[in-house]
Design a protein around this ligand. Structure first.
Ligand SMILES: [Zn+2]
Length: 385
């Protein structure tokens, strides 16, 4: 990871570069971010810069032996701790990050902006309660007590540091007076859950969320996506780059077009039921992730549509194409109908989480949408009356 791989965050990059250049690296740094905010990526770019033997004024070379190892997350002076669950053949209290290091490397190399939910999915622990335990803390203290191997510094990253809970107290001495040439970097998206005793011993670096434009450009580059689509996903991810990645990976069809197809199919159900039946069939074949992403998009779109009904197009976080759709839809869908559509989508999301038969559930919801779309709106009937 290099600084130039991360969109934006100019001030934070400058701060980290200057710390190295002026030899003022804090021995304990706490990076506070929102989910998918790029904290770990920034931290890894900083470490590449620090370890690099041929760096320029503002970037690591990417080529030297140190850079090669940091890039693969296998540099011997780079240590990781992160929340884990019990490993198959081990007791929970004996399991540490080292038992899951391969999985962690795989995830971060693939999606450097991954968040805790990506991690739990990766290790099949979505319904478990992970943490950073006593053994892990003792291991950190022991490892950091050893000499460095190849670099001048050794670095301990504690990712999702709020999972330390009260165990954090075990690290107070380490954080306050770390062994020589040791840097400890804690990364969290829940700073309120970090013990005050730890907070007060760390230098704090707050990382802002990614802007819509930063996410859009990143998506265009990484996924060779068209700008209109990338902008749609950028709005939908709300500054969370891991969400943007997830959406992009599940995105082989434009969501707005899909939503329009769905609403049209519902609207025509009375005359041409086969259109809706085949839409439902097609939708139920998507992966669960994609089904969910599409519904989340629909809710997002409806929220914007709601705004439009009251405020017009000025403030909308929608593409030009979507704005046109909104204007056309307003002839058919008023607030009351919109609320029924939203309710239907929410209901479907619940059904997906509960592993219901998605085909039946989607058909049910679609038929209720058909009735809503076809009903005379209350507002209009009052006028007619
Ligand atoms: Zn290098």
């Amino acid at each position: 990871m290099k600084f130039s791989d991360i969109p934006g965050k100019t001030q934070e990059k400058e701060y980290l570069i200057e710390a190295v250049e002026k030899d003022q690296i804090p021995h304990a740094l706490l990076i506070s971010e929102k989910t998918g905010g790029g904290g770990l990526a920034l931290c890894l770019a900083f470490i590449s810069y620090l370890f690099c033997t041929d760096r320029s004024t503002d970037e690591s070379c990417g080529e030297c032996s140190a850079c090669q190892k940091t890039k693969k997350l296998i540099h011997p002076d780079l240590h990781f701790a992160f929340p884990v669950i019990k490993k198959d053949n081990k007791k929970r209290e004996d399991t540490t990050s080292s038992d899951f290091l391969n999985e962690f490397r795989e995830l971060i190399l693939d999606t450097p902006h991954a968040g805790i939910s990506d991690w739990l999915r990766k290790i099949n622990a979505e319904d478990k309660a992970p943490n950073i335990n006593t053994t892990e803390c003792n291991r950190m203290i022991k490892t950091l007590g050893l000499k460095t191997f190849e670099s001048e510094y050794k670095v301990q990253i504690i990712w999702q540091a709020h999972f330390l809970g009260k165990e954090g107290n075990r690290l107070l001495k380490l954080i306050e007076e770390p062994p020589e040439n040791t840097i400890i970097i804690l990364i969290t998206n829940q700073i309120k859950s970090i013990l005050n005793t730890i907070l007060s011993r760390c230098q704090l670096l707050r990382v802002p969320v990614f802007s819509d434009d930063e996410i859009m450009n990143y998506l265009c580059q990484r996924y060779q996506m068209e700008q209109v689509q990338a902008q749609q996903l950028a709005f939908l991810s709300n500054g969370d780059m891991s969400r943007a990645d997830e959406l992009a990976e599940n995105h082989n069809v434009g969501y707005s077009e899909e939503l329009l197809n769905w609403l049209r199919a519902c609207y025509q159900f009375g005359q041409k039921p086969s259109i809706l039946i085949s839409w439902v069939d097609h939708y139920s074949k998507y992966s669960k992730n994609m089904q969910r992403s599409f519904l989340e998009y629909s809710l997002y779109f409806f929220r914007e549509y709601y705004q439009y009904l009251f405020l017009g197009t000025d403030q909308l976080r929608l593409s030009e194409e979507e704005k046109e759709t909104v204007q056309k839809m307003s002839k058919i869908i008023d607030v009351e109908k919109l609320e029924i559509l939203q309710e239907g989508v929410n209901q479907l999301l619940i059904n997906i989480r509960r592993n219901a038969n998605i085909k039946i559930a989607t058909m049910d919801v679609s038929i209720s949408m058909f009735h809503a779309l076809k009903a005379k709106s209350l507002a209009k009937s009052i006028i007619n009356y």
